[in-house]
Design a protein around this ligand. Structure first.
Ligand SMILES: C[S@@+](CC[C@H](N)C(=O)[O-])C[C@H]1O[C@@H](n2cnc3c(N)ncnc32)[C@H](O)[C@@H]1O
Length: 250
C-alpha cells in the first residue's frame, strides 16, 4: 500500500484471499500483474494520464467494479480492442483468474506463459487492473472520464443491517455519476431481488441517471453485447433469473 492509499480510510467487508494460489497463478500475480497494475497517484489522475496507462490510445474508458473471476472483463476487452477497460477486484484469486483469462493459453489445465510474458502482452494492451477496493481509485479519477461502468452481480448484503455495504447506494451513486460522461452507461446486474429493488429505488431517486428500459420485460434481457459472468451463470444454473439494469448518465 503506498502513501496515497494509506490516506484513504475505507473499511472493506468482503473476502480478500481464498484458496492458496496454484503456482502458475501465483506466477501470473507476481510477474504479470505488475505490468497491468494501476498504482494510486499522489494527485488525482488527469484524463490524459489515465489514458496513458494503456498500451493503446483508447476511444473510451470503461470500468468494471468487482470483476470476480474476470470472465466478463476478459470477454469485453477481447471484443472491444479500441476501448480501455479498468477492472477492480479485491479478491486476489479473482485477479489471478482474470490474468489467466488474458494470458489465455491453456494446455492440460495449466496456463502456459510462452516467451516470458509476450503471449499475454498484446491481449493486455487495453486492460489495467486495480487489485484493491475500487473506492480508493474512484476518488483519484477525473470527472467525466468514463463512458461505461459495470457493477455486475455485486455482493448482495441481504441483511437489512448490512444494507449500507451495498455498492449501489447513496454514497457511491453520486461518485459514479461524477465519473461518467453525459450519455455514458451504468450497467448493473443481479439475481438478488432485494438488491434490485434497492438499486432501483436509489437510481430512481437520483437526478443523474435515466433508466433505458422501454418495456417491462427489458430488464430480463441480456444486453446485446453481453458477456456472461461467473455469478450470473451460477444463478441461472440454480434456477434464479438475473435482472439487467441499464442507466444513462443524464
Ligand atoms: C458476487 S461477486 C461477483 C463477481 C463478478 N462480477 C461476477 O458476476 O461473476 C462480487 C465481487 O465484487 C468484489 N468487490 C466487492 N466490493 C468491491 C470493491 N469495493 N472494490 C473492488 N471489488 C469489490 C468482491 O470481492 C467480489 O469478488
Amino acid at each position: 500500500m503506498n502513501e496515497a492509499e494509506n490516506k484513504i480510510d475505507k473499511r472493506f467487508y468482503g473476502r480478500i484471499q481464498g484458496r492458496k494460489l496454484h503456482p502458475t497463478r501465483k506466477k501470473l500475480v507476481d510477474e504479470f500483474l505488475p505490468k497491468l497494475e494501476i498504482k494510486l497517484p499522489e494527485k488525482p489522475f488527469s484524463e490524459s494520464e489515465l489514458k496513458s496507462l494503456f498500451g493503446i490510445d483508447p476511444k473510451e474508458i470503461w470500468l468494471e467494479v468487482g470483476f470476480g473471476g474476470g470472465e466478463h472483463l476478459a470477454g469485453q476487452s477481447a471484443n472491444n480492442k479500441d476501448i480501455a477497460i479498468i477492472g477492480s477486484e479485491v479478491f486476489v484469486n479473482g485477479v489471478a483468474s482474470l490474468l489467466a483469462h488474458i494470458a489465455g493459453a491453456h494446455e492440460d489445465g495449466n496456463i502456459i506463459i510462452k516467451h516470458g510474458m509476450t503471449v499475454s502482452e498484446d491481449r493486455a494492451d487495453n486492460v489495467r487492473i486495480y487489485p484493491n477496493d475500487v473506492r480508493k481509485l474512484l476518488d483519484l479519477m477525473p470527472e467525466a472520464c468514463l463512458s461505461r461502468i459495470f457493477v455486475l452481480f455485486p455482493d448482495p448484503w441481504p441483511k437489512k443491517r448490512h444494507a449500507d455495504r451495498r455498492f449501489i447506494g447513496s454514497t457511491n451513486l453520486p461518485i459514479l455519476a461524477k465519473l461518467l460522461k453525459k450519455g455514458g452507461e451504468l450497467r448493473v446486474a443481479s439475481d438478488d431481488m432485494t438488491y434490485i429493488r434497492w438499486a432501483l429505488q436509489h437510481l430512481s431517486e437520483s437526478k443523474d441517471f435515466e433508466w433505458q428500459a422501454e418495456a417491462s420485460e427489458d430488464w430480463l434481457k441480456q444486453p446485446e453485447d453481453w458477456v456472461n459472468t461467473r455469478y450470473e451463470q451460477k444463478a441461472i444454473r440454480e434456477g434464479r433469473k438475473p435482472v439487467y439494469l441499464r442507466y444513462t448518465r443524464i
